[in-house]
Design a protein around this ligand. Structure first.
Ligand code: GLN
Length: 190
């Protein structure tokens, strides 16, 4: 299986490294041609296997470049048609009802304020266990609909959730040495 990683801005290379550690091939998506080639590859693959990672970074910058590249509508369509997604930090913001509208959540950006802008901790994620978490000007989920399963809360705030084949988290699993979040998401794809 080959995974697509949106590589317009942010921590895309770190996701590629995580997948490499798990022996999974990936391809960077920088423009519409990359995306169309990837979708063609998925259609041809066994049982249409594939998935997309939306990395952390700056959601406003990513949204702007996605729009400039004509990627917003095609990516949105593929996700709504069932393409599995892993969205981390800014990637989670992109999926909410204020952005791509692929997940029934509203995300609060930079939710931890200046003092707690960046921090690390270890915490339980349902189905995975205790994982190391790196938060960088992190968002959290402030509203979620019925179809959303909450996978982790920290200090009363939702920091990881799933809706169908979309998995999102406020933190950066790709900035730790721990591959279990990626592994967990990948294990749900085949
Ligand atoms: N603060 C960023 C945003 O609003 C997200 C931070 C991150 O991805 N580390 O897009």
């Amino acid at each position: 299986m080959k995974i697509a990683i949106l590589a317009l801005q942010g921590a895309f290379e770190e996701h590629r490294q995580m997948l490499l550690q798990l022996g999974v091939e990936s391809v960077f998506i920088r423009n519409l041609t990359d995306w169309q080639e990837y979708l063609a590859h998925v259609r041809k693959s066994r049982e249409g296997e594939g998935g997309l990672i939306l990395p952390g970074g700056e959601s406003t910058a990513m949204m702007r470049v996605m729009s400039d590249e004509g990627l917003v509508a095609p990516i949105r369509k593929a996700i709504l048609e069932g393409l599995p997604v892993l969205g981390t930090c800014a990637g989670m913001i992109l999926l909410d009802d204020q952005h791509l509208g692929c997940m029934d959540i509203t995300v609060r950006r930079n939710a931890y304020g200046r003092q707690l802008g960046s921090f690390q901790t270890e915490h339980e994620v349902k189905g995975i266990g205790i994982v190391p978490m790196v938060f960088i000007r992190a968002p959290y989920i402030e509203r979620f609909g019925k179809g959303v399963e909450i996978l982790s809360t920290l200090d009363g705030h939702v920091i990881a959730a799933r809706q169908g084949r979309i998995f999102v988290c406020s933190f950066h699993p790709e900035l730790t040495g721990d591959t279990r979040v990626h592994q967990h998401w990948l294990s749900g794809l085949s």
